[in-house]
Design a protein around this ligand. Structure first.
Ligand code: ADP
Ligand code: ADP
Ligand code: ZN
Length: 213
């Protein structure tokens, strides 16, 4: 089963994807994580996209489609969770073709609905474990008092350069202009389901579970 988690920055896509990976042996494909890894390892592509990402704009379709295409050849029994890809109609068409050429398809598209007001608080409070990528939040999922990651015991935590109010405004605009048309696109294809992303993490997970059947 292949699924797409669709929603604005801060909707909780990464958080829910990680739970599905643990529970269903699915593989998470996050273009945001892949792009950040390219930056950290200092590849030419990583250098090229750094300023665009920090400003909150989308990187070009070719780059992210290439990143995803590389991952699809290794098949995984649990299937893929697409997180943060596709983000444009061109990427959505490309994903459909990439999957079809491998006799696969997107089985479920889950739209995570979160009010814009809530996104600012989600984004400015976000941090992640530097070792395992576990996602924390200053208020809703704080790092334990002993300073150790609940998942791996790591003690280094990171904040993203683009997790500030100014960049979020640009990211939200990119979401509404370039990504939100995908809601209609997948509705028309017949596999869109919407969940309320404003509930607690476990409540959202239950709604997603129900949608996946
Ligand atoms: P996305 O991948 O959609 O950008 P994340 O999963 O990284 O979103 O979540 C953004 C922030 O909001 C993180 O700090 C995360 O801990 C927090 N968060 C995620 N889901 C919820 C939720 N249901 N309720 C409260 N906070 C949440
Ligand atoms: P968020 O947590 O805000 O949902 P991501 O981690 O998915 O953000 O993405 C961070 C940044 O990486 C985006 O603002 C954009 O610059 C770039 N990016 C990630 N995925 C894509 C994509 N599919 N198309 C274009 N740019 C992308
Ligand atoms: Zn960790």
């Amino acid at each position: 089963m292949n699924i797409l988690l669709l929603g604005p920055p801060g909707a909780g896509k990464g958080t829910q994807a990680k739970q599905l990976v643990d529970e269903r042996q699915m593989v998470q494909l996050s273009t945001g994580d892949m792009l950040r890894a390219a930056r950290t390892s200092g590849t030419e592509m990583g250098k090229k996209v750094a300023a665009v990402m920090d400003a909150g704009h989308l990187v070009t379709d070719d780059i992210v489609i290439g990143l995803i295409a590389e991952q699809l050849d290794a098949s995984h029994e649990g299937g893929f969770i697409f997180d943060g890809f596709p983000r444009t109609l061109a990427q959505a068409d490309a994903l459909g073709e990439l999957l079809a050429s491998r006799d696969q398809k997107l089985d479920h598209v889950i739209e995570m609905q979160v009010d814009d007001d809530a996104l600012v608080a989600r984004i400015v409070g976000r941090s992640t474990c530097g070792d395992c990528g576990e996602i924390y939040h200053d208020q809703t999922k704080p790092i334990p008092a002993d300073g150790k990651c609940t998942n791996c015991g790591g003690t280094e935590f990171k904040r993203r350069a683009d997790d500030n109010e100014e960049s979020l405004k640009i990211r939200l605009m990119a979401y509404y202009k370039q990504t939100s048309p995908l809601i209609g696109y997948y509705y028309a294809k017949g596999n869109l389901e919407s969940v309320n992303g404003l509930g607690e993490i476990d409540a959202v997970a239950s709604e997603i579970k129900a949608a996946l059947g």
